[in-house]
Design a protein around this ligand. Structure first.
Ligand SMILES: [Zn+2]
Length: 133
């Protein structure tokens, strides 16, 4: 049995403002299906959403899987990072070199992309940085 929806009916929708599944009123229908809803909690109008957005929460995958950086760190465990070269845009880096960045911390040069561009793996992930400037 297909449900018949009507404008003004109560419906439970994901509220994009409250970030919760809440009671809404149907505001607009498209081909018999709820299209827009009004939140009874915040009175906001937004598209009807049957389910919360399937957004991957940051860090969710890291619980089961180690990040690239953690894997790398495990490999070099015990290494002395005092040899890490201070990162500077004037620097000239080579692959597999360790760098010490003022903001991002210890990183590893993964690839020299161009003469003045390198890809570095930091705790935050891969970043493209300039060199030889
Ligand atoms: Zn709301």
């Amino acid at each position: 049995m297909a449900t018949t929806y009507e404008v003004g009916n109560d419906i439970v929708s994901w509220c994009t403002k409250c970030k919760l599944m809440l009671d809404h009123k149907i505001v607009a229908l498209v081909e018999g299906l709820p299209k827009k809803a009004k939140c009874k909690t915040c009175n906001g109008h937004h598209n009807y959403r049957e389910k919360p957005p399937e957004k991957k929460a940051p860090g969710t995958s890291r619980k089961t899987k180690k990040s690239e950086y953690e894997v790398f760190m495990a490999q070099v465990e015990g290494d002395d990072f005092s040899g890490a070269k201070k990162y500077s845009i004037k620097g000239n880096f080579k692959e597999n070199q360790m760098v010490d960045h003022a903001t991002f911390g210890i990183g590893f040069i993964l690839t020299v992309l161009e003469r003045n561009k390198v890809e570095i793996l930091f705790r935050d992930g891969r970043k493209r940085m300039v060199q030889n400037r």
